[in-house]
Design a protein around this ligand. Structure first.
Ligand code: PLP
Length: 388
């Protein structure tokens, strides 16, 4: 069976060129970048080359990039590190209601340490309610968290507008760009943010490596003590092969993923229009989106049952955030957009990749149509076989 993978927001396959770049650092060039000898310095040079490639992806100064274990750690370091270094009068965190759990749960955990956390609403189309943000801002806000692209709907958030509002009150702005990098241009200067998170495995790199960009001057207390790695901002021997892979993936993302986004948009729109021809279907998140994502409600259907039926036919999609799948917790993103529990339960996310083909999209739409027919009991085949 040819399996069709439309779950690239959960993770992407490692690009073969990334794999090739990583291999030497798992074999002969195994040095510890902190060592002064040839082995160590070879690894150090590779880490710094990767850091430069990663910084170019977001137009940042390489010295402001902290290499970490992934998007989750980047977001955790940003919030916890800021909170630990915050002046006494700044005790509130504002986070958009559609942030990833890595943001929302970290912020809530800080709630036990004297920090107040509030969520900013979103509009039904999925984008941030700037009026709600402005209403909540005051001089006691430490940081405002607004992601660039939502992982469940693909909706792009008005980050620069939010940053301008937040800065009027002296708050820092943290932008989760994990799902945006490689899909839209990301420029820390244009965004006007203070911290920005990235993850390698969403852009054709390996899992378990990511980065936090911290604008110079932003107060930050490191969260992992130990060796003085990463300019004292994150202890621990570097994941050299992973970082090298991340660097290669970042270079490829700048060079060729972005230019391909027009093709991906065309395929996503084609998939969407084919599925929307099926009865009782609707798109969740109609604001401007990244190229590869569509989130679709299938009226009267249990999304998880549909997902499993599609998987049996070789089509891999998702009910929302990968880490929430199986947790039987309805999507907080769709809930924040004001959708009914029934609609939320009936929704699936399709996320395409740069290797997705038109044939795969057409086959995926056919598989969805057949599965829906079967589940809704409208399939013709039982009659044709003489059964009732
Ligand atoms: N932020 C967003 C928007 C994500 O989609 C994800 C992963 O799904 C993360 C953060 C966490 O990244 P990682 O898997 O590298 O920890």
């Amino acid at each position: 069976m040819h399996r069709i993978y439309l779950d690239h927001n959960a993770t992407t396959p490692v690009d073969p060129r990334v794999f090739d770049a990583m291999l030497p650092f798992l074999r002969d060039e195994f040095g510890n970048p902190s060592s002064l000898h040839w082995f160590g310095q070879t690894a150090r040079a590779a880490v710094e080359d990767a850091r430069a490639d990663i910084s170019r992806l977001v137009n940042a100064d390489p010295r402001e990039i902290v290499l970490v274990s992934g998007g989750t750690e980047a977001l955790s370091l940003a919030l916890r590190g800021l909170a630990a270094a915050a002046p006494p009068g700044r005790r509130r965190i504002l986070a958009s209601a559609v942030e990833h759990h890595a943001v929302l749960d970290t912020a809530r955990a800080l709630g036990g340490q004297g920090i107040d956390v509030e969520t900013i609403g979103v509009l039904e189309a999925g984008s941030l309610d700037l009026v709600d943000l402005e209403r909540r801002l005051a001089d006691d806000v430490l940081v405002v968290a607004v992601m660039l692209a939502n992982n469940e709907t693909g909706v792009l958030q008005p980050v620069t507008e939010a940053a301008r509002l937040a800065h009027r009150f002296g708050a820092y702005v943290m932008c989760d760009a994990v799902q945006a990098a490689g899909k839209v241009g990301v420029d820390v200067g244009t965004l006007e943010v203070d911290l920005l998170s990235l993850s390698a495995h969403k852009i054709g790199g390996p899992k378990g490596t990511g980065a936090l960009w911290i604008r110079r001057g932003v107060p930050m207390r490191r969260q992992i003590d130990g060796g003085g790695q990463e300019r004292n901002r994150r202890g621990g021997t570097e994941n050299v092969a992973g970082i090298v892979g991340f660097g290669r993936a970042a270079a490829l993302a700048s060079g060729e993923r972005l230019p391909r986004s027009a093709d991906v948009t065309r395929l996503r729109d084609r998939l969407e229009s084919l599925i929307l021809k099926l009865p009782r279907t609707a798109v969740n998140g109609t604001a401007g989106r990244v190229a590869n994502t569509t989130n679709i409600a299938f009226g009267g259907i249990d999304g998880e049952s549909l997902l499993l039926a599609l998987d049996l036919e070789g089509l891999a999609v998702s009910t929302g955030a990968a880490c929430a799948a199986g947790a039987a917790e309805p999507s907080h993103v769709l809930r924040a957009m004001g959708f009914s529990p029934d609609r939320i339960e009936s929704s699936l996310r399709f996320s395409l990749g740069t290797s997705t083909t038109a044939d795969e999209v057409d086959a995926a739409a056919r598989i969805v149509g057949r599965a829906l027919d079967r589940i809704r009991g409208t399939a013709r085949w039982p009659k044709a076989q003489g059964t009732r």
